[in-house]
Design a protein around this ligand. Structure first.
Ligand SMILES: Cc1ncc(COP(=O)(O)O)c(C=O)c1O
Length: 389
């Protein structure tokens, strides 16, 4: 999902222009000096139009965006928030930051939240549900939304890896009460660090905006220095550098998605006849951001050996298995040992269904600039390696 592959003159010019037109790096105020150009605000407008949300708030990173979205959705200390076992650790950290308890569901063959397990994990303390659209593949949102509705719980989508991806025609991040995107260096578009909250709910938006800016209400009747406040907050503001670069990157998103889809389709078609492998289930084939191609092998041992052989031949994997420790709750004893129910347990046994899938999974990265010839070479190497197993 690498917008970083396309960083070029457009991003450079956008930053030069930021210097040339007043050099105001701060997102608010200094209207005359900045020639009334507000890049973060412009990026927010463009993102909300792109995804079809009423509100967008750009902040310093996706982890902060998730914390803000959860806070806006009403999560407080002592609540339980349900998310899935396969995610980047940031999802759970955002929940912990609010003093809430992360409750983890199994993933199914989509490698996203297993709706069957979700229903089992709901208790009287559950305050929100956070499905994660890992690698731009949608979680099973119809089922998840149905369960959430039944239990009257808000869904906050962790779409950090899914800007531009859709599910049944709707942008991921806009199906629940709020969603978030990340623009860190590995994401579909990048501003180095950067995050976005999107929502149709004005209350969520305002709470997130106020908390991200020390409680500033942006009261139009008074200057910023005399601004009113109802809550205390923190500082998660984005800078105009985020705005400038984000605007340049956003112009490239269709190209990024098209290229990735093309490259993923070619790779998948080329690997389809390898005996004994099973591809990850993709509930949104049309709207997949096509960030990785994931398939399962018959055992943990085979998958591990396979990945090692691929690496030796110059074919890398993405997160599975190389960085599974940062993406699988089953390895996060430093977090879950704080809770009595997990003490002394092997977490990989706690989420055994997830372990059974994730430990057998190989994720091949899909890059924007890979040529058809290069894809064909990867196919050749992967097939050859499969024969050697
Ligand atoms: C699923 C998921 N959630 C949250 C985040 C956090 O985003 P950021 O790195 O912008 O803080 C990431 C980033 O990798 C992610 O992949």
């Amino acid at each position: 999902m690498p917008g970083f592959e396309l960083i070029g003159d457009e991003e450079k010019q956008a930053v030069i222009e930021l210097f040339d037109k007043g050099g105001v790096f701060y997102r608010y105020g200094f209207n005359a000096k900045r020639q009334n150009i507000f890049r973060v605000a412009d990026l927010e407008e463009k993102i909300k139009t792109r995804v079809g949300a009423k509100h967008a708030l750009c902040v310093c990173n996706g982890t902060a965006a998730l914390k803000l979205a959860l806070m806006g959705a009403g999560v407080k200390a002592g609540d339980e928030v349900i998310t899935q076992s396969f995610t980047f650790i940031a999802t759970v950290e955002a929940i912990l930051e609010l003093g809430a308890k992360p409750v983890i569901t199994e993933v199914d063959k989509s490698l996203n939240m297993d709706p069957l397990d979700l229903e089992k994990k709901i208790t009287g303390k559950t305050r929100a549900i956070v499905p994660v659209h890992m690698a731009g593949v949608a979680a099973k949102m119809d089922e998840i939304m149905r369960i959430a509705k039944k239990h009257d719980l808000p869904v906050v989508e962790d779409s950090a890896q899914a800007l531009g991806a859709t599910y049944k025609g709707k942008a991921l991040g806009t199906i629940g009460v709020a969603g978030i995107y990340s623009m860190d260096f590995g994401k579909i578009i990048t501003t180095g660090e950067g995050g976005v909250v999107v929502t149709n709910d004005e209350k969520i938006y305002l709470k997130a905006r106020e908390y991200s800016d020390h409680g500033h209400e942006q009261n139009p009747k008074v200057p910023r220095g005399e601004d009113t406040r109802a809550i205390w907050g923190f500082n998660y503001k984005a800078t105009e550098f985020h705005g400038a670069i984000g605007l340049a990157q956003l112009k490239k998103i269709d190209f990024i998605l098209e290229q990735q889809k093309h490259n993923k389709q070619r790779l998948k078609a080329g690997l389809g006849d390898i005996p004994g492998i099973e591809f990850r289930e993709v509930p949104n084939p049309e709207g997949d951001a096509a960030d990785t191609l994931i398939f399962f092998m018959d055992s943990r041992k085979t998958a591990s050996a396979f990945a090692k052989k691929l690496a030796a031949k110059g074919v890398g994997t993405k997160n599975l298995p190389d960085a599974v420790d940062w993406h699988y709750a089953g390895t996060w004893t430093h977090i879950f040992s704080a809770y009595d129910e997990y003490k002394g347990k092997n977490l990989e046994d706690v989420w055994s269904q997830s372990t059974g899938l994730l430990r057998r999974a190989i994720a091949l990265p899909i890059m924007v600039k890979t040529t058809d010839q290069e894809t064909d070479e990867i196919i050749r190497v992967v097939k050859q390696t499969a024969k050697e197993m």
